[in-house]
Design a binder for this molecule. Structure first.
Ligand code: ATR
Length: 474
């Protein structure tokens, strides 16, 4: 078959694909480009042809023929049936050893399935997470590729070249086999849900507790962004809160409807955590909080009807309250990340992926939405102990949390007393107290299960499995 010179190809030239193709070209790669509708391909070359070397093709066959071997084709179309359609079109045109990269937001079981199917053709299939949105795709995303180590040997350097860099280290590494890359991207998004919800709860507490305006709270977030909480999401929050609505002159957030939407990665993360039995309460509460915000009939039925019976706010020392909220936010965030990394460890064991958590924290330090200084600390914790069973039990984080536990309790107690919903703050604290408990009330659950279902129990004083004959007690 015909062999061309392009080092990498991109098919699917909507916003993300177009920006990835430009990023490759700007890094000196010869980029084959293709799109179902040729006009998009033409407009890319017309508008950005001067940024590097593009080889446009109108047909998929010409596109494949323009690539050097082993061919590397990045598919950047809608997740789901469109991805399957493009893969089906590509496969007969490729030869053993070629690499198909799905850079879309696929659900990881689909990636596992596609990898198996392509392996049967002698092809490598690399499901890769790409985070950072349009801007990241163009200027350096965080990239999470799965697939074989063999495919990473030739593809990896190209992806690393276009990825974000932090201290000169690429935000891209081989995550693990088949679906590992898309899985890790999914958990990344779940953590993003939790982080956003925690920030929203902090904002709500400052708003209600202090009666502060959006721009005033924006200043608090801007100050927080110079400390432990320094992160893209905190920075964005400060900017959004400072923004004025052009149409009304009011603070922008005051004119935005309070019903959050979701595309589904949070839901996937929670569904998988239920399958694996990993308590990711922060992500779950964040996902459900979005669902509650969108529960219009229930909210209409409850608003002004359900009694509040709350204390009135009286915060004599606003500075101390703000600091309490900051500490509670940091501690809750730590719990949410800790839970997300537990989920990665559990999936890695369950699916045989051997994922290095230090490396995941390292490639999230730049390019992606959850990028934060704090991820350096997580990397170091997993470097100190790759088998670390609990992130918050790493000495650095234990010290960080112990500094804030009292504040955390005050904030959650105040939220309950004043009727401010803080599902993520509260559940994170409950998780913290649960995981550190000397003894949980699960003993009673086991006794109940044995009583009505003869499910047996273990004892604290003897090895073995026991069942009590409860008939005499009835
Ligand atoms: P965005 O939201 O970033 O604009 P998207 O809607 O997720 O993009 O994806 C659109 C891309 O998928 C386009 O490149 C589209 O091709 P067209 O420009 O021809 O519409 C591509 N796409 C969608 N379905 C496809 C299919 N069945 N086969 C091939 N390409 C497809």
């Amino acid at each position: 078959s015909v062999v061309g010179t392009a080092q990498i190809g991109v098919t699917g030239l909507a916003v993300m694909g177009r920006n990835l193709a430009r990023n490759f070209a700007r890094h000196g790669y010869t980029v084959a480009v293709h799109n179902r509708t040729y006009a998009r391909t033409q407009s890319l070359v017309t508008e950005h042809g001067d940024e590097g070397t593009f080889v446009p093709s109108e047909s998929m066959a010409d596109f494949v023929a323009s690539l050097a071997r082993p061919r590397k084709v990045v598919v950047m179309v809608q997740a789901g049936p469109a991805t399957d359609a493009v893969i089906d079109e590509l496969v007969p045109l490729l030869e053993p050893g070629d690499i198909v990269v799905d850079a879309g937001n696929a659900h990881f079981p689909d990636t596992v399935r596609r990898e198996q199917a392509l392996r049967a053709h002698g092809l490598h299939f690399v499901g890769t997470g790409v985070s950072g949105g349009e801007e990241g795709a163009l200027n350096g995303p965080s990239i999470m590729p799965g697939g074989t180590a063999e495919s990473y040997a030739s593809l990896g350097p190209i992806l690393e070249a276009i990825s974000a860099k932090v201290d000169g280290v690429p935000c891209c590494t081989h995550v693990g086999p088949d679906g590992a890359g898309h899985f890790v991207k999914m958990v990344h998004n779940g953590i993003e849900y939790a982080d956003m919800q925690l920030i929203a709860e902090a904002y709500d507490l400052l708003r209600q507790g202090l009666g502060a305006s959006a721009p005033e709270i924006g200043e608090v977030f801007a100050a927080w962004n110079t400390g432990d909480l320094e992160s893209y999401l905190i920075e964005v929050t400060a900017e959004v809160l400072a923004h004025t609505d052009a149409a009304t002159g009011r603070p922008f957030v005051d004119v935005v409807a309070d019903a959050a939407e979701q595309k589904g990665t949070g839901r996937w993360t929670v569904q998988n955590a239920l399958d694996l039995g990993v308590p990711i309460t922060g992500i779950a509460e964040a996902t459900f909080a979005r669902a509650l915000s969108g529960s219009a009939p229930q909210r209409a039925a409850a608003r002004g009807v359900l009694p509040a019976d709350t204390l009135a706010w009286n915060v004599p020392e606003p500075g101390a309250f703000i600091e309490d909220v900051r500490l509670a936010l940091y501690a809750s965030k730590l719990v949410a990340y800790s839970q997300g990394f537990d989920q990665i460890a559990a999936a890695s064991a369950q699916y045989g992926w051997d994922i290095d958590r230090a490396a995941m924290a390292r490639i999230w330090r730049g390019g992606c939405i959850i990028r934060a200084k704090f991820l350096d600390r997580i990397t170091q914790a997993y470097e100190r102990n790759p088998e670390l069973p609990l992130l918050i039990a790493d000495p650095y984080f234990t010290a960080a949390v112990s500094n804030g536990v009292a504040a955390w309790r005050r904030v959650v107690a105040a939220a309950a007393a004043h009727g401010v919903p803080t599902p993520a703050f509260s559940s994170s604290l409950a998780y913290y107290d649960g995981v550190r408990a000397e003894r949980l009330p699960a003993n009673l659950i086991q006794a109940q299960r044995d009583f009505f279902g003869a499910h047996t129990y273990r004892r604290v004083d003897r090895d073995g499995v026991f069942h009590t004959d409860w008939s005499g007690d009835r």
